[in-house]
Write a protein that binds this ligand. Structure first.
Ligand code: 25A
Ligand code: L14
Length: 340
């Protein structure tokens, strides 16, 4: 890697994902020169430590970006729609974690293990989109299977943690759990129903089709990342009372026949994946174990006995790290190293 250092902004720096982005920038040894933290007026003035130095959070405005090279955004969809074009205009390339730009055909949607070459399309609009958390971990696990056997159809069920919704949702699960245990009635503010000791088949808003937006994102984003509109996909996304890490059951129908051993061997050597698959000894991926890791964990690999070319797998990853912050910082690093 060359010696050049980059002027970097984190926008939405006080949120669940923004905070993790700072840790990832440190861990991935991102070559940072000037550094700036942005959030809403609510957080302006807040002090945050980065690489041993204290930075004061500033309110994001359209003038925040001049003289900076890369802005990592995790400030929500509407904020991103408002400010990302101003950043790009100022020559500061945006890597955006919100859903705002993902399906824009001119904007690349990138998972470094799968389609790093798409980063080159940053030139179109000065924006790169980071996919949805549930999609990222799934395509990391599916990529070796897609490349070797082809994928005809996916049937997905997710079991998603509350951390994706942000800090308030994490606090709500904690408070509701205490309320239940102490015999008080739980207060539901972030979600329409209590999430403690419950399962909600509801993530993001519902569409006329009957799918939720989260389910639609998994379908559309997966096809865009693989650049293959022929994959048939259906999904059900559920929220479970887990603080962090998403779990997914994915049923895969491949074009070519694959044995479990072939799939297991492929995944064992794939970048970013760890196979945990010894169910007889109670070894399989777990949300609690994935917490804090950048890896995507895969287990319960087995033949779907109901069709000819079917495989079932269980996928778990830390949704705030690989599902959001880690992936965004990885994209930023590839962009800096290879294109800027
Ligand atoms: O539209 P999307 O893309 O679907 O995204 C919606 C939300 O999902 C989260 C993210 O929340 C986002 O707001 N998110 C997006 N992508 C995600 C992903 N891949 C994802 N979560 C997981 N995986 P978040 O909590 O992670 O980040 C919020 C950050 O955005 C900042 N922000 C909001 N509006 C802004 C803005 N920054 C600049 N300009 C704006 N106009 C926000 O800063 C935070 O950093 P903040 O200062 O508003 O919040 C500071 C603290 O206050 C808490 N808080 C937020 N809202 C309220 C609140 N407290 C009380 N009342 C509120 N209404 C925050 O939790 C934070 O701790
Ligand atoms: O990035 O879990 O599209 O509530 C929006 C919903 C992130 C997770 C996105 C949640 C998701 C979020």
């Amino acid at each position: 890697m060359n010696e050049r250092k980059f002027n970097v902004i984190v926008a939405g720096a006080t949120g669940a994902v923004g905070t993790q982005m700072l840790t990832c920038l440190e861990e991935q040894e991102f070559p940072v020169n000037n550094f700036k933290l942005l959030a809403s007026s609510r957080s302006a003035g807040k002090k945050i430590k980065f690489k041993g130095e204290t930075f004061v959070v500033e309110e994001m405005t359209k003038d925040s970006f001049k003289g900076y090279d890369i802005a990592l955004f995790s400030a929500g969809g509407s904020t991103s729609l408002k400010f990302a074009p101003a950043s790009a205009e100022a020559g500061c390339v945006v890597v955006d974690n919100s859903s705002a730009w993902r399906m824009d055909p001119k904007i690349p949607l990138v998972v470094p293990e799968v389609n790093p070459e798409a980063i080159a399309q940053y030139k179109n609009k000065g924006i790169i989109a980071n996919p949805n958390c549930s999609t990222i971990q799934m395509v990391v696990a599916l990529n070796p299977i897609y490349k070797n056997f082809g994928i005809k159809r996916l049937v997905i069920s997710t079991y998603q943690s509350v951390s994706g919704t942000g800090v308030k949702a994490v606090n709500e699960l904690r408070e509701q759990t205490k309320a239940f245990v102490e015999g008080r009635s739980p207060v539901a503010e972030v979600y329409p129903h209590p999430i403690a000791f419950n399962v909600l088949p509801h993530i993001d808003s519902f569409l006329d089709s009957g799918y939720s937006k989260e389910e639609e994102k998994m379908i559309n984003e997966t096809r865009k990342i693989f650049n293959d509109q022929s994959i048939r996909i259906t999904a059900t996304a559920a929220r479970v009372p887990v603080f962090n890490s998403h779990s997914e059951s994915v049923n895969i129908e491949t074009h070519k026949h694959a044995t479990c051993e072939q799939i297991r061997d492929l995944l064992k050597t794939a970048h970013g994946i760890k196979v945990l698959d010894d169910p007889q000894n109670n070894v399989y991926p777990l949300a609690l174990d994935a917490h804090g890791s950048d890896l995507t964990f895969v287990g319960r690999i087995r033949q779907d006995l109901s069709i000819e070319n079917g495989i079932d797998i269980w996928i778990v990853s830390d949704n705030i790290r690989k599902g959001a912050a880690t992936n965004t910082v990885q994209i930023g690093k590839l962009l800096a190293e290879n294109y800027l």
